[in-house]
Design a protein. Structure first.
Length: 66
């Protein structure tokens, strides 16, 4: 048998499943968005794929310069 402190800890852990479950659902949703975004990217030709990271870097540089 467990002592009172251990029992309280176990109950707290068991009752805390809601938040991690919600976080996991959010992560799964985000992964689905990533996969959805990657599908059209996979169909782009090479020059456009190479231009995309440069455009992102340029936009980041402009944003950090403000």
């Amino acid at each position: 048998m467990t002592d009172e402190t251990e029992l309280q800890r176990l109950i707290a852990v068991a009752n805390g499943a809601g938040e991690p479950r919600a976080e996991l659902a959010g992560c799964v949703d985000r992964l689905y968005q990533v996969q959805t975004a990657r599908a059209p990217l996979a169909r782009l030709d090479d020059p456009r794929l190479r231009a995309s990271p440069e455009a992102t870097r340029s936009a980041l540089r402009q944003g950090s310069a403000q």
